[in-house]
Design a protein around this ligand. Structure first.
Ligand code: FAD
Ligand code: SF4
Ligand code: SF4
Length: 462
């Protein structure tokens, strides 16, 4: 009604005032405030750039602000005594849900079963939001299909075209500028889709976005390639035909599944990457300073790594979501009839497996070699042996929730070593102490692996 319109216009006016006169940085800006650690999240390409110190996940106390932001967004911080919340962040009761989009309902273009895309379409179709901020492809050619172009989608058709991961840094906050400059009067309620570092920047200035309603839907995220060149370098190492790759994922069978434009799948044991040393520098530096794998500030996060392993193709495989608050629950409820929801108990694997604390050390060292560009002393094993190793680790190793926790441990520990040894002191500048930039959950993980960390620090400090 008229009253709502007055309120909305007031929100927009206030947002304009708070943004002030700061000039957005051009997209081809060479150096951003967070320098090497910048994840090119797009924030600095908006007129909110003046507030970069408080919003950027890599400046000042950076990701340590997740703790306070959790409280602001969800009403409380995660309960570190609860093993699920320690790893997956704030959830509503029974909020970690294994699920997939029903086969006949799956969008054609998708990463897994298209849960994110379907949820976004449902919100738009139900009139809950006026637009969805999501990531389109830069162009249709196979190579450009993997390059991100964040957009404000106004129709279901536009959202459908954004299915699938564009595996590299993406300036997801950039379209906000277009929203304010051109579409402010039409878009008052927005669904933002993004990864942790983008969502942190967004949440930090949520009050000043000039919106009446904001929904935030996200995915897990780790180890994102820096740019197109980096992605191609990785694909050359993983695939026989990198030029036709349209998606890839590290799967619970310890293989990289590469999806090709002609529908073909390659499955490469993680132990069989060609010339892995060529992959040094592929992962963006920001991702070596990231402690928000599970995207803690969303209303609902989607991922695959905690889902019970079923084998087969990723586009047919179960996913899971973490419902963090009421808005997240609303989003899930809206999609209910298109979903096959599994038993929460299936997330916890039954049967014996190696505890993850025994596997983490053996994956940490090769990862750190990669991070620091150290050459392997040994040649990679022959393919048959690499296949066998993947099979053995899959058969004995942790599954479901334990696999996910192992992945989170691995990324957190690697990043702790990287920051301590090199990145932070050398590149992020003096005055940033590791202690001050760690969210609480990272400190708990650090304490759990104290001895391993000391060993790794000694090895890589030299
Ligand atoms: P879809 O329906 O295909 O929708 C994908 C959505 O992702 C689209 O809406 C699009 O807007 C958005 N998107 C695409 N590219 C980007 C980008 N570069 N930045 C921000 N948003 C983007 N899950 C895990 O469980 N473990 C992992 O280790 C893991 N690593 C990931 C790494 C990256 C870089 C990304 C982007 C995602 C990662 N995910 C991970 C999430 C997982 O790959 C799927 O995105 C998730 O399971 C959703 O699948 P879907 O079929 O529901 O998504
Ligand atoms: Fe700016 Fe985002 Fe880069 Fe931080 S990460 S410097 S907010 S563009
Ligand atoms: Fe951002 Fe972290 Fe993902 Fe890197 S791993 S793109 S820093 S959320």
């Amino acid at each position: 009604g008229g009253n709502a319109a007055v309120v909305a216009t007031a929100a927009l006016a206030r947002s304009k005032r708070r943004r002030g006169k700061a000039k957005p940085m051009p997209e081809d800006q060479a150096v951003y405030p967070a320098k090497d650690l910048c994840s090119r999240c797009g924030f600095c390409n908006t007129s909110l750039v003046g507030r970069v110190q408080e919003a950027c996940a890599f400046l000042g106390d950076g990701m340590a602000r997740l703790d306070q932001l959790e409280e602001r967004v969800h009403g409380r911080q995660r309960n570190l005594e609860d093993e699920m919340e320690l790893y997956f962040g704030v959830t509503v009761e029974d909020g970690v849900v294994p699920l997939q989009v029903l086969p006949e309902q799956r969008p054609a273009q998708r990463a897994w079963t298209g849960l994110v895309t379907s949820m976004a379409c449902a919100l738009l179709a139900a009139g809950r939001v006026d637009a969805v901020l999501c990531v389109a492809s830069a162009a249709e050619s196979p190579k450009k299909r993997l390059e991100p172009r964040p957009i404000l989608a106004r129709t279901v058709e536009e959202v459908l075209k954004c299915g699938g991961v564009k595996p590299m840094l993406s300036p997801n906050l950039l379209p906000l500028e277009e929203l304010w400059q051109v579409r402010g009067e039409d878009i008052k309620r927005l669904l933002f889709i993004g990864v942790g570092c983008q969502v942190q920047a967004l949440r930090s200035v949520e009050e000043d976005l000039g919106l009446d309603e904001l929904y935030v839907l996200g995915t897990n995220c780790v180890d994102n390639p820096r740019d197109s060149e980096a992605l191609q370098r990785f694909l050359r190492s993983a695939s026989e035909t990198p030029e036709t790759a349209v998606g890839f994922e590290f799967m619970q069978d310890n293989r990289i599944h590469v999806k090709h434009a002609d529908g073909r799948y390659e499955q490469i044991p993680v132990f069989a990457l060609k010339e892995p040393e060529n992959c040094t520098g592929v992962i963006a530096k920001s991702c070596y300073a990231c402690f928000d794998y599970v995207n803690a500030l969303t209303d609902l996060t989607v991922g695959y790594m905690a889902a019970p392993w079923q084998g087969g193709r990723m586009t047919e495989h179960q996913q899971y979501c973490v419902v963090r608050n009421q808005k997240g629950q609303q989003m899930l409820d809206l999609l209910a009839e298109k979903l096959d929801v599994g038993q929460a108990s299936s997330l916890v694997p039954n049967g014996w497996s190696l505890p993850r604390s025994q596997l983490v050390p053996s994956v940490l060292s090769p990862e750190l070699d990669l991070a620091f560009g150290r050459r392997r002393r040994r040649e990679p094993p022959p393919r048959w042996l690499a296949e066998l190793l993947s099979d053995v680790v899959t058969a004995l190793g942790p599954r479901g929730v334990e696999f996910a926790k192992g992945s989170i441990d691995r990324a957190a520990l690697r990043n702790l070593v990287c920051l301590e040894v090199d990145l932070l002191r050398q590149r992020a500048g003096p005055g940033r102490e590791l202690e001050e930039i760690l969210p609480r959950h990272a400190k708990v993980i650090r304490a759990r692996y104290h001895e391993l960390l000391q060993e790794m620090l000694e090895k890589y400090q030299g």
